[in-house]
Design a protein. Structure first.
Lengths: 247, 247
DNA sequence: CGCGACCTTGAAGAACGTCAATGGTCGTGG
DNA sequence: CCACGACCATTGACGTTCTTCAAGGTCGCG
């Protein structure tokens, strides 16, 4: 899927080129990073809360999520990650994980040792700035989710998530014509949005009844983008996407 | 208050020295940054959602907060900031603000032009890494708040906030003996935790009745730290504080 | 003294959670 | 081929938490 949508670039080049302008030296530095690609099964933990990871993980295919689990077993999903993302880039600067990174679907990922990333960051300030910026966009998305969790009702939260994921997938060429893969269960949506599965189910049915979306199995179709944006009060500014192509 | 607790250092030196080891050159670079100190009244907006700021702001005294406001006027407070913080450091990399920065109390802040920060970041990788790390701790706090907003009940959220702010204040010498300044209104606590003012009021009364805290006016006393930690399921790992002094 | 800002209280209702059961789909093994 | 189990979506009934509305009450300050 990744390979199909363009020449086979190192995923990091693809990612960072969308953020900044990379020199040939920058690209070479990235190309020369050692990589260890692996295919992981669904619902597999990659790095756990409390770990001290020695690698960062780049997603090539599939969806990942980060989450925290409370004492009583309640889980809060903090983010979803799709191809091109580096979900645990922060571990380069914060040695101890304060949450868990797992696969959602089967996923292909590449592990890059911290030391190599650190060398590259020291030698190539442009890349360092781009990586920093990437973690800041991450934080911007957290802020938007906080706003949803604190102040939006269930329907708004779910609509907002659909809009966000569609745009993120679109930005990496994995969505078009208001259709995309959406491989989450209703329980996972609930864990991300602070809702019970039952309530997610009923609310999704409302969105369907209002002809806003069509979601069954792994496939999502947005029938009324404008309506969904309105329902979720969705404003994509927080995604800090430079090239704003029409979705 | 800042000056009273140590020799008059540049606030950024103080901040970064707690994160990393600064060389003399690093310190000189920071000292030579131009600063424009200002005293701002309470509830004053400093940078607004949608702005393209040209400076970063360092807090010397008082509390600031970041927030988003939804269409219907509902407000979500995203973070509180105390002396030593650089609440809008992200604007160095993300030109457009996706939220608003305001004072909570009267506050003294210093503005540093982006260009000077950029020059320093380019010339001093140690400082760049420390600033990056600071924004990552910021993001870690967002994640913890998300978990509270999504999965904790009102009592847990409020207890957690008390624990967090006490530790943050303690880390910069503004809290001791389980006492600290806590200049928020109940409405502001509600806006931060996704609760109505009425519910905050009743829940705070429960915490008082359980002899966990004493909060009146601007002053907070934690009567039972262990109990409060338990009520809020508070684990300070996410603050990524290096030197973990006993609170 | 009076006004504004904030805290407090009561009553009623909406949104959401919990519990428990049912049904659908798919892969797997007998 | 069919039965079975796993996983997920769905439904109904019933609680609970939290919100909303409305009304005092307190305190500091001009």
């Amino acid at each position: 899927m990744y390979a199909a949508s363009g020449p086979l670039l190192h995923p990091l080049i693809r990612k960072l080129a969308s953020i900044t302008t990379l020199s040939d030296e920058d690209k070479q530095a990235i190309e020369s990073l050692p990589t260890r690609p692996r295919v992981l099964p669904p619902r597999q933990e990659i790095v756990r809360d409390g770990d001290r990871p020695s690698h960062c993980c780049v997603v090539l295919e599939g969806w990942l999520c980060r989450s925290k689990t409370l004492g009583d077993g309640k889980r809060q999903i903090l983010s979803f990650h799709i191809p091109g993302d580096v979900p645990d880039l922060q571990s380069l600067q914060l040695p101890i994980m304060d949450h868990t990174l797992s696969t959602v679907t089967e996923a292909t990922v590449v592990f890059i040792p911290h030391e190599n990333l650190r060398d590259m960051v020291a030698a190539r300030p442009t890349i360092a700035a781009a990586l920093w910026r990437d973690t800041l966009v991450d934080a911007a998305i957290f802020r938007e989710w906080m706003t949803g969790l604190g102040r939006r009702d269930a329907k708004g939260r779910i609509a907002h998530l659909f809009c966000e994921m569609y745009l993120k997938l679109h930005a990496v060429g994995l969505a078009a014509d208001y259709r995309c893969d959406f491989p989450l269960t209703q329980t996972e949506v609930g864990d991300a949005l602070g809702l019970s599965t039952v309530h997610v189910n009923r609310t999704v049915q409302e969105l369907r009844a209002e002809q806003l979306i069509h979601w069954s199995g792994r496939s999502l179709e947005i029938l009324d983008w404008t309506g969904l944006v309105k329902t979720g009060e969705f404003d994509p500014t927080y995604l800090h996407v430079q090239k704003r192509a029409a979705p």
